[in-house]
Design a protein around this ligand. Structure first.
Ligand code: NAD
Length: 361
């Protein structure tokens, strides 16, 4: 990654307030340092591993609301890795030099953000100010994890980055959709006003190892039901379509977006562009898991988008983005991982209960 000049020493991001844990770690000369908020989550933990493999020094900040240390188990002893327990909705202080900030903290599954609606709104608003303030003070590059949800229930198909979306601002999903839109606006303002090198990834449905089986998203829910013999529940007949991206393909796209030069101010869709109905997904999971689970219908939740598929032209053009893992292969890998980590998942589920309780009181 291209280096940028920086101010050494203590950084006090904008916003004031109580001091937070300090991300301070020895700085081996010559290694670029990436700070990953939400680093203990599903995507964040894969990003931590990828940046370490590429020779970066990595600091993850996470409050473990929907992620966990277990996702970083193999990285914790790595000399270039630090995990800082901390809440990004509070001011953060980073004493060491930072070259790249990846803001990936946020509950991401509908179940999680509906359980934590106000916290979700803080993560990309207050958390956006703090992380952008940090990037500004450090002259660091900044990448925001945005989402296909900024398109809402889209009236254009497939969704291009130029499409402004169709979002219900007071619907149940608005806490997530609207704060991500706010996060994009804020990130763009810091780019325009302060000249920060920002990049925005609009991430579409991504799945793979380290998702939590009870997070409510379709892939883990179907796999869990298939592996435990419970009914696989599809909403509204399962005719609504989605595209499903295996996590390795997404991580490659994010890595390129974050590290390639001359992309300042870019907004890029990342995900998979092959469309499947939810019913097809359920059938594939059932088949690959060798399951006898029945597939049953449940009522469609409010504001659930009928169709969702990215136009990936920009990602292909700017990033040479390629999709290497077809759905069948990705599902087989994910099912194998879930089968192998059943016990971990049980422990995670009980830890989730404790964290959820703590976050609510
Ligand atoms: P996740 O829930 O697995 O990970 C989010 C992480 O953020 C968790 O480790 C959680 O503990 C942490 N976190 C939450 N609030 C925090 C706070 N206040 N301070 C510090 N850490 C906090 O979700 P994910 O699927 O890995 O999503 C990561 C990012 O990607 C999110 O911003 C999400 O909106 C975005 N995204 C994901 C998908 C997807 O399909 N997985 C799709 C679109 C966008």
């Amino acid at each position: 990654m291209k280096r940028s000049p920086r101010d050494a020493g203590k950084v006090a991001p904008e916003g004031g307030g109580a001091p937070q844990p300090q991300a301070e770690a020895p700085q081996p000369a010559g290694k670029a340092h990436v700070l990953i908020t939400g680093g203990a989550g599903f995507i964040g933990s894969h990003l931590c591993a990828r940046f370490l493999r590429e020779g970066y020094k990595v600091t993850a900040i996470d409050n473990f609301l929907t992620g966990g240390r277990r996702n970083l188990r193999e990285l914790l002893t790595h000399l270039d890795f630090a995990l800082i327990p901390g809440d990004i909705t509070q001011p953060i202080t980073v004493l060491s030099r930072v070259d790249l900030v990846l803001h990936f903290a946020s509950p991401a599954s509908p179940r999680d953000y509906l359980m934590h609606p106000i916290h979700t709104m803080k993560v990309d608003s207050f958390g956006g100010f703090y992380t952008l303030g940090l990037a500004r003070a450090q002259h660091a590059r900044y990448v925001l994890a945005s989402t296909s949800e900024v398109y809402g229930d889209p009236l254009e198909h497939p969704q291009r980055e130029e499409y402004w979306g169709n979002v219900n601002p007071v619907g149940p999903r608005s806490v997530y959709d609207e704060v991500k839109r706010f996060g994009e606006a804020l990130t763009t303002a810091y780019h325009r006003v302060h000249g920060i090198d920002t990049r925005i990834a609009r991430i579409f449905n991504t799945y793979g190892p380290r998702m939590r089986r009870h997070d409510g998203r379709a892939v883990p829910a179907f796999i869990d039901a298939a592996l435990t013999g419970r009914p696989i529940e599809v909403y509204g007949g399962g005719t609504q379509t989605r595209s499903f991206c295996y996590v390795d393909d997404l991580i490659e796209g994010i890595f390129r977006l974050a590290t390639w030069p001359d992309l300042a101010g870019q907004v890029v869709n990342l995900g998979h562009d092959e469309e499947f109905s939810i019913l097809e997904l359920a059938r594939l999971v059932k088949e690959f898991a060798g399951s006898q689970s029945p597939i049953v219908e449940r009522p469609l939740p409010q504001d659930d988008p009928r169709r969702r598929r990215p136009d990936l032209t920009r990602a292909r053009k700017l990033l040479g983005y390629e999709l290497r893992v077809p759905l069948a292969e990705g599902l087989k890998r994910t099912i194998a991982w879930f089968a192998e980590h059943a016990e971990d998942q049980d422990r995670a589920a009980s830890a989730d209960e404790r964290v959820t309780h703590a976050a609510r009181v």
